[in-house]
Design a protein around this ligand. Structure first.
Ligand code: F6R
Length: 603
C-alpha cells in the first residue's frame, strides 16, 4: 500500500516520477505528490487529492529537474487530503520524505522528541520528517546520520525515500518490511516500490534488505547494513516487458487479465513440465513428503485459491491440509501437528498479514514454501522455498489470473509429490492433459462474453445484494465469486454453502433477490438444485452457472467440462466476467475500486 518512486541524475525527473507513479497507482490512489529539484535548487512540491491524473493536471512545464521523489497514497493515518499527501517536510522544510508503511510509535516520537513542533497533517510520515529535521538542525547531524539515527528510533514498517533540499544530488532510502528496490541507469539511478515503476528506464535492479540504508546518487549506490558496514550486492535483471504492464487495446486491466488465463495455464505447463517430467525442485517435494500436515496461510482471493486446492492436495499427497486466514493466525493459532509445512499463497508476496505469520513460523523453526507471482518479493525471500505463478504482472486490484495460476501451481506440486510417493490417484491423473482441457474450457467461456453481459443486465441490474451458492468445490468458487462481485461492483454479496442457506440466511431472500448458483458436480447437483427450488419459491431470481455434464433446460451459463479436481479453474471464469460487467454497467472504475489497494502491506 502506497507507492514510492525516486530518480536522481535525470533530465526529466518529473516525467519519470509521473510514469512511475502511474505504474504504482494499484498500490493506492487516495492522493499523490512529487518533489523535484534541479542542481541550482529550483524546487517544487506538488500534491493532489485523488488519482495521479489529478496530480498531472496541476503540474506545469516549469516543474522539472534532475532529482525527485514521488508518492501515491493509500490512507492509513489521516484522511486523503492535500495536507496528508506526501512528500512530507521537516519543520524548517529542509527535509522531504515519502513513506510506505506504518510507523507504530509515531505518537511516542511526537511526545518524546518533537514537543512544540507544528504539524500540518495527521500522518505518521510527517512525524518522521520532523524527527530527521530536528536531528539535523538542533543536533547538527549530517542528513545521513540524522536519517540513520531516526531509523534507530522508528518502529514499524517502512520504505522511505528522503531528499535534503540543501543538497539535491542524493536520495537516502531505507526499508523495513515494506518493498523497495534500486533501479540502475547510465548516469542516473532510481528507487521504486517495484520494478514496474522503473522498467521504462531500466531493467537492472538491486535488492535492498530490511534495515539497510542506501545512499543513491546519479553515478553511485552505497548500501550500508544496520551497523553501517558497506555491502556488496550484484544487480539482477528483471524479466519484465513494457507490454506486460500495458493495457493494450483493453478498456481495463481486469478484462485483459481475465482473458490471459488460458495463456497463463499454458505458460505454467511449459515452466513446470518438460520431457514427461514435472519440474518441481526435489527439496520442495521432500518438504511436502516429510510434513505430517500442510498449513496454507493466505488472505482474500489467495485464501480462496488455497481452499480450491485442498481436496486434490489431500487426495494426491496423502497429507491433510488446513486453511488459515493470515490475519487471524496470530490469535487463533491452531494446534499444530508435529511436522508441519507452511505454504504461503500470495500473488504479491508482500501481504503483511501473511508475512507476520511467516516470521512467527520461522521463529518456531518450521519450513515454509511461498507460492507467488513475484519471486524476489518479501514472502519469497524469507521462505525456504518458492514456486512462481508465471502469471505475468497482475495490475487490476481485483485478482483473477493469479487465482487460477495459484490453483494450477498447487496442482503441479500435488501431482509431483503424489507421483514421488506412488499415490495411485496421482499416477492415473494426467494433469497436463487436464490443464489443457481447462485452458480449452476457459477459451470457450471467454468467447461468451456478450451472453454473460446480457445475463448480468438481466439478473443484477440495480440490486443492492446477491448470493452465490454451491456445494463442494462450487462452494469454494462461490466464496471467490462473491468477493470479486462485492469488491468492484459494491453489490453486497456472500458466497454460501448451498445447504447452509436454510439454516438462517434464507431469511434474507425476498422477491427478486439474485441468487447465483454454481453447479459442476453431477453427484451433488440435485442437492444444489433442491436449494435453488427453496430460494426460488421464496422469490429469488436464480442465475445458474453449470458445467456441461450437469446441464438442464433453463440453465443460464454453460461451462466446458474439466476434471473434478480442477473445476474451480473453469467455473470461476464466468463469475469473474459477471463481476466485471456488473461493475461496468454501474459506471464504476473496474480496476481501482474504492478503499482498496493491490498490495496490502499493512496488518
Ligand atoms: C481480491 C484480492 C485480495 C488479495 C489479498 C491477498 O481480488 O486481490 O483479496 O487476494 O489481499 O493478496 P496477496 O495474494 O497478494 O497476498
Amino acid at each position: 500500500m502506497c507507492g514510492i518512486v525516486g530518480v536522481v541524475g535525470s533530465k526529466n525527473a518529473t516525467d519519470i516520477l509521473i510514469q512511475g507513479l502511474q505504474k504504482l497507482e494499484y498500490r493506492g490512489y487516495d492522493s499523490a505528490g512529487i518533489f523535484v529539484s534541479d542542481e541550482r535548487k529550483n524546487q517544487s512540491i506538488i500534491k493532489a487529492v485523488g488519482r495521479i491524473s489529478s496530480l498531472q493536471e496541476k503540474i506545469g512545464i516549469e516543474v522539472n529537474g534532475s532529482i525527485g521523489i514521488g508518492h501515491t497514497r493509500w490512507a492509513t493515518h489521516g484522511k486523503p487530503t492535500e495536507n496528508n499527501a506526501h512528500p512530507h517536510a521537516s519543520e524548517s522544510n529542509r527535509i522531504l520524505l515519502v513513506h510506505n508503511g506504518v510507523v507504530e510509535n509515531y505518537k511516542e516520537i511526537k511526545t518524546e522528541y518533537l514537543n512544540g513542533h507544528h504539524f500540518i497533517g495527521e500522518t505518521d510520515t510527517e512525524v518522521c520528517a520532523h524527527l530527521i529535521g530536528k536531528f539535523i538542525e538542533v543536533d547538527h547531524l549530517t542528513p545521513k546520520d540524522a536519517f540513520v539515527k531516526a531509523l534507530g528510533i522508528i518502529e514499524g514498517s517502512y520504505a522511505f525515500a528522503m531528499v535534503d533540499r540543501e543538497d539535491p544530488t542524493v536520495i537516502y532510502v531505507a526499508k523495513n518490511k515494506s518493498p523497495l528496490l534500486v533501479g540502475l541507469g547510465e548516469g542516473y539511478n532510481m528507487v521504486g516500490s517495484d520494478a514496474m515503476a522503473m522498467i521504462r528506464e531500466t531493467k537492472q535492479f538491486l535488492e535492498i534488505h530490511d534495515k539497510e540504508v542506501v545512499i543513491v546518487k546519479k553515478d553511485s549506490v552505497e548500501i550500508l547494513d544496520e551497523a553501517g558496514i558497506q555491502q556488496e550486492r550484484d544487480a539482477f535483471t528483471a524479466e519484465l516487458d513494457l507490454s506486460d504492464i500495458g493495457k493494450g487495446t483493453y478498456p481495463y486491466y481486469m478484462l485483459k487479465e481475465i482473458d490471459e488465463q488460458p495463456a497463463v495455464m499454458r505458460r505454467i505447463m511449459q515452466n513446470y513440465f518438460k520431457d514427461g517430467k514435472y519440474l518441481v525442485a526435489d527439496e520442495i517435494k521432500k518438504a511436502v513428503i516429510e510434513a505430517d500436515r500442510i498449513y496454507i496461510v493466505a488472505a482474500g482471493t489467495s485464501y480462496h485459491a488455497g481452499y480450491a486446492s485442498k481436496t486434490f492436495f489431500e487426495e494426491l499427497t496423502d497429507t491433510p491440509v488446513e486453511l488459515c486466514i493470515a490475519s487471524e493466525f496470530g490469535y487463533n493459532l491452531p494446534l499444530l501437528s508435529k511436522k508441519p509445512l507452511f505454504i504461503y499463497i500470495s500473488q504479491s508476496g508482500e501481504t503483511a498479514d501473511s508475512r507476520q505469520v511467516l516470521v512467527k513460523t520461522k521463529e518456531l523453526g518450521y519450513p515454509a514454501l511461498t507460492v507467488t507471482n513475484v519471486p524476489g518479493s518479501t514472502l519469497s525471500r524469507e521462505a525456504d522455498f518458492t514456486m512462481a505463478l508465471h502469471a505475468g504482472p497482475e495490475i487490476a486490484v481485483a485478482s483473477t489470473k493469479a487465482y487460477t495460476a495459484q490453483i494450477a501451481v498447487m496442482s503441479i506440486l500435488a501431482k509431483a509429490v503424489g507421483e514421488e510417493i506412488g499415490n495411485e490417484k496421482a499416477k492415473s491423473f494426467n494433469l497436463i492433459q487436464e490443464l489443457s482441457l481447462v485452458a480449452t474450457s476457459m477459451v470457450a467461456t471467454l468467447a461468451e462474453k456478450e451472453w454473460i453481459e446480457s445475463k448480468v443486465a438481466e439478473y443484477l441490474k440495480d440490486t443492492r445484494n446477491a448470493f452465490y451458492i454451491g456445494r463442494g468445490q462450487d462452494y469454494f468458487v462461490s466464496m471467490e465469486a462473491a468477493l470479486k462481485l462485492k469488491e468492484i461492483s459494491y453489490i453486497q454479496c456472500e458466497g454460501f454453502a448451498a445447504g447452509e442457506l436454510k439454516h438462517g440466511t434464507i431469511a434474507l431472500i425476498e422477491e427478486g433477490t439474485p441468487v447465483l448458483a454454481i453447479i459442476s458436480n453431477k453427484s451433488i447437483a440435485s442437492h444444489t438444485r433442491g436449494n435453488i427450488m427453496e430460494v426460488s419459491s421464496r422469490g429469488a431470481n436464480v442465475l445458474k452457472v453449470v458445467s456441461a455434464d450437469c446441464q438442464e433446460e433453463g440453465d443460464d451459463i454453460l461451462v466446458g467440462n474439466v476434471h473434478s479436481y480442477l473445476t474451480s479453474l473453469a467455473m470461476v471464469i464466468p463469475t469473474q466476467l459477471i463481476a466485471y460487467y456488473a461493475t461496468l454497467q454501474r459506471g464504476l472504475d473496474v480496476d481501482k475500486p474504492r478503499n482498496l489497494a493491490k498490495s496490502v502491506t499493512v496488518e
